[in-house]
Design a protein around this ligand. Structure first.
Ligand SMILES: Cc1cc2nc3c(=O)[nH]c(=O)nc-3n(C[C@H](O)[C@H](O)[C@H](O)COP(=O)(O)O)c2cc1C
Ligand SMILES: O=C(O)C(=O)c1ccccc1
Length: 390
């Protein structure tokens, strides 16, 4: 008996073709960006596609993944494959989660709710951003029985931080992803040149404007003085004064798994473990924060080594295809997050577009694994890769 494979999507597409149907979106997910550009306004598209500085980090992310080449093995009985992995003590169907992406309503009216539904239908975790366009409680409902993960932009005010953690817990979120690479937004010329910032268009503030601790800091209700509310939000959103000892506050108020997102240096990984964290996401925020940053894939093996068996190491920044996921696994990641591809899928086709991205990515991963001689992620090692030489 063979189990169902993610790769079956490939035959589903061919069989649908017998009636003349072809997929509504390209199966090469790198093509979604050009389609999204045609459909979205220049402000929203530029915000999602944009990077820090001249874009060198985003290019380096791709180059670092491309430099590794997979060395396939043959005759290893891969007819029965299983992509499942354990992440933070939970079984996942595949080594994939949807990265926290804020302000999704600039892409599609159904925003986080549509992304959450698409992810939940495939049991893939959707990490909800603090800067979502929909309050966390409403998105939690859309997630149904699926795993609920929350990303914290650590507010300046400890009362607001406490309140976010309490609300997330009450809404059933289990794991907390604390993003540390964005206490300030990076220098993003594409947005600066258009003077485009989603918050100024009333997007991304839903969790704050529904928060009693946040609202307590306002002299007047948001409706009566929206400008003061926005200024309060901008001052609350990030806090570059935070340092390692402050993590104890979060650890004390969150009893589930806690993961630091945006770790690139092995010493920071060691500190994370010392601070009682459960994991790290090796990430440079998709190239949007530090221009000239080390490529995430180049940082990954060093962080993996520093983490040893003390931390779960996840990876993002530049993952576009199944072979990218394979390479991240080979470099030591337990699972990957994907950001822009599903945001574009959402923009193009709503929930169906996000489902398309998940299915393409996992079908391709399933095939790459099998064709490279692996029945699952567990047997993939650095020995499956060679460095391309120019
Ligand atoms: C439009 C946009 C918004 C984002 N918002 C958040 C966010 O709210 N919180 C966060 O931790 N990361 C955020 N990120 C970063 C992603 O979580 C992730 O690290 C990045 O997109 C991965 O790179 P990729 O887009 O190349 O897959 C955002 C990224 C984009 C493109
Ligand atoms: O744009 C981003 O990369 C990001 O992380 C963010 C920050 C604040 C609100 C929305 C997204």
């Amino acid at each position: 008996m063979t189990s169902a494979h993610w790769a079956d999507f490939q035959y589903e597409i061919y069989l649908n073709g017998l009636t003349g149907a072809v997929p509504r979106l390209p199966t090469d997910l790198t093509r979604l960006e050009e389609l999204a550009e045609r459909m979205l306004g220049p402000g929203p598209f530029g915000y999602v596609a944009g990077n820090a500085g001249s874009g060198s980090t985003a290019r380096a992310n791709r180059a670092a993944l491309d430099r590794w080449r997979i060395v396939p093995r043959v005759l290893r009985d891969v007819h029965r494959r299983d992509l499942s992995v354990e992440v933070l003590g939970r079984p996942l169907p595949a080594p994939l989660a949807l990265a926290p992406v804020g302000v999704l309503s600039i892409m599609h009216a159904e925003a986080e709710t549509a992304a959450a539904r698409a992810a939940a239908a495939r049991d893939v975790p959707f990490i909800l951003s603090s800067a979502s366009s929909t309050p966390m409680e409403r998105v939690a409902e859309a997630m149904g029985d699926a795993e609920r993960w929350f990303q914290l932009y650590w507010p300046k005010d400890p009362d607001v931080t406490r309140s976010f953690l309490d609300r997330a817990k009450a809404a059933g979120y289990t794991a907390l992803f604390v993003t540390l690479d964005t206490p300030m937004l990076g220098w993003r010329p594409r947005d600066l040149d258009q003077a485009y910032l989603p918050f100024l268009h009333g997007v991304g503030t839903a969790n704050y404007y529904t928060d009693p601790a946040f609202l307590a800091g306002l002299a007047k209700p948001v409706r009566e003085d929206p400008e003061a509310a926005l200024r309060h939000f901008l001052g609350m959103f990030g806090d570059p004064a935070k340092s390692w000892p402050d993590l104890a506050f979060l650890r004390e108020h969150w009893d589930g798994p806690m993961v630091l997102k945006g770790v690139l240096h092995p010493d920071d990984a060691r500190r994370a473990a010392d601070a009682g964290m459960d994991g790290v996401v090796v990430s440079n925020h998709g190239g949007r924060q530090v221009a000239g940053s080390v490529a995430a894939a180049d940082a990954l093996p060093h962080v993996v080594q520093a983490a040893g068996d003390r931390l779960t190491v996840l990876f993002d920044s530049g993952v576009r295809t199944g072979d990218d996921v394979f390479k991240a696994l080979a470099l030591g990641a337990r699972a990957v997050l994907v950001g822009r591809p599903y945001a574009y899928g959402l923009g193009l086709e709503g929930q169906a577009g996000v489902d398309h991205v998940i299915r393409c990515l996992l079908a391709e991963l399933d095939l790459v694994l099998g064709l490279a001689g692996h029945a699952g992620p567990g047997s993939v090692t650095s020995g499956d890769l060679v460095r391309e030489f120019a």
